[in-house]
Design a protein around this ligand. Structure first.
Ligand SMILES: [Fe+2]
Ligand SMILES: [Fe+2]
Length: 455
């Protein structure tokens, strides 16, 4: 997984450097030293990518450079102009093959800037071929698969990846004092709501993935997925659920104003640090109030998500003693995701142990009605958990069964000797309770397994 992530970062860096080359070409002649230096940056990134793959395709879609179906939101600022330039010529894909010479990259960039010679993608393509450049292709129309055409698991993975990228953009923008990119937040909120509407099991499995070094960005996505899944059990209102998704994505934006030494401190926070940490809900509400077009719900949830059902949490605001129902839902999902995640300073609690602890806090920290819905959708072994059966077989849980929380639907993925099955077998545990029961949860990291591979 790390290799895949490193590769994706290389493609992202390549896209960024290529966009910067296009920006420089708007300012300097092609023989200027600045251009040569920037071209070298592109070539270095291209070489790194081509060490791994023969060819790489970067798409231009809905205003973003996109790789592997996921918009590269967090390089939006640096790539906006380049994306516009490509889109103005109708280019929707750029494929760069091994063997592409630096001079050819330079010629392509100049071609994109040429307002007279190459007005369309077809003409850019034709000119490239005329110049003998075959290791670089452009396409004008992409037969993009829609979410309806791709399997729910794959569409879900893309939605999840896009929301993690979006969170990087949101955090980056706020940390550098820029306005919140609300259109990106709303795109992600809409996609998350649609994913849950299509298949809640996929959403919950994705929210069970634990990525050590991207907690800041996965946490908001997970909380949004969990909260919308709980709320969807009560409200059949897509616009309202989308509003909740947006608010959940933004619930911790106040943390952008908390020093990283405190956010990531490996040891327990001292009193003074804890006081600072507790300011993040209020800071979040203030940040959001400063934004244009932000709704009241997002501000309320940022402010209230640590106040707790019995109002013993923080911040304490005299006279403020009624919580929005969605704040109560986000509170449950927030705590669950925090204690089951791996962090610099702690190992994660397995889901079953986390839920056992949380059950004891019902009526105090957590609203009983919403917690009941939460546990019914999660079960004791939430979707995406790896479990060992009494037979010795290994399985992944697919969905909870509200009537029998200990017996979720599962897919058996290995035989009793630990050999992975070519085709995982779906089993309804409740129907086969005589033969198979869950013996224990297992840590997928220790077995080198990833729930994504079984979606
Ligand atoms: Fe928080
Ligand atoms: Fe949080």
């Amino acid at each position: 997984m790390t290799d895949q992530k490193t590769f994706k970062n290389s493609v992202k860096e390549l896209s960024k450097q290529f966009a910067l080359l296009l920006s420089e070409l708007a300012l300097y002649p092609s023989n200027h030293p600045h251009i040569a230096a920037q071209l070298q940056q592109v070539i270095d990134r291209l070489t790194a990518v081509h060490e791994i793959v023969e060819e790489v395709t970067i798409e231009i879609s809905e205003g973003f450079f996109t790789f592997d179906g996921i918009p590269l939101y967090d390089i939006k600022l640096q790539t906006d102009k380049a994306v516009q330039l490509c889109a103005s010529k109708g280019i929707s894909r750029i494929t760069l093959c091994r063997g592409l010479a630096p001079q050819q990259v330079s010629e392509f960039a100049q071609l994109l800037h040429d307002k007279t010679q190459a007005p369309t993608a077809e003409q850019v393509g034709l000119t490239l071929r005329t110049m003998g450049i075959t290791a670089l292709r452009v396409d004008s129309a992409v037969s993009r698969e829609t979410d309806e055409q791709v399997p729910a698991g794959l569409a879900g993975k893309k939605t999840y990846g896009a929301s993690v990228e979006a969170n990087k953009l949101i955090y980056g923008a706020l940390q550098s004092g820029q306005p919140l990119p609300l259109e990106v937040v709303d795109t992600v909120a809409k996609d998350i709501t649609a994913m849950i509407n299509r298949d809640p099991g996929t959403g919950l499995t994705l929210a069970s993935l634990r990525n050590y070094d991207e907690y800041t960005f996965t946490h908001s996505a997970n909380v949004a997925i969990l909260a919308v899944t709980v709320a969807a059990a009560i409200f059949d209102d897509a616009a309202l659920l989308q509003q909740l998704a947006r608010a959940a994505i933004l619930h911790d934006v106040g943390k952008t104003r908390i020093p990283v030494e405190i956010l990531n401190k490996p040891e327990k926070l001292n009193d003074e640090e804890w006081q600072i940490m507790q300011q993040h809900p209020m800071l979040g509400a203030v940040i959001l109030e400063e934004q244009k077009n932000i709704d009241r719900l997002s501000i309320l949830i940022a402010l209230q998500h640590h106040m707790r059902f019995n109002m013993t949490g923080y911040p304490k605001i005299p006279g403020h003693n009624t919580l929005h129902p969605f704040s109560l839902i986000v509170n449950i999902c927030d705590i669950y995701d925090a204690i089951t995640s791996r962090r610099v300073y702690k190992t994660p609690l397995p889901a079953d142990k986390a839920l056992a602890i949380m059950v004891r806090l019902i009526g105090n920290d957590f609203d009983p009605q919403f917690f009941k819905i939460f546990i019914q959708m999660m079960g004791i072994y939430p979707p995406g958990s790896f479990v060992r059966l009494n037979t010795g077989e290994l399985a992944i849980t697919v969905r909870a069964r509200p009537q029998s929380l200990l017996q979720p639907d599962i897919k058996i993925i290995s035989d009793p000797q630990g050999n992975l099955l070519a085709a995982p077998a779906s089993v309804h545990l409740s129907a086969a309770a005589q033969e198979r029961t869950i013996a224990e949860m297992v840590d997928p990291v220790s077995l080198g397994l990833n729930a994504l591979d079984f979606l």
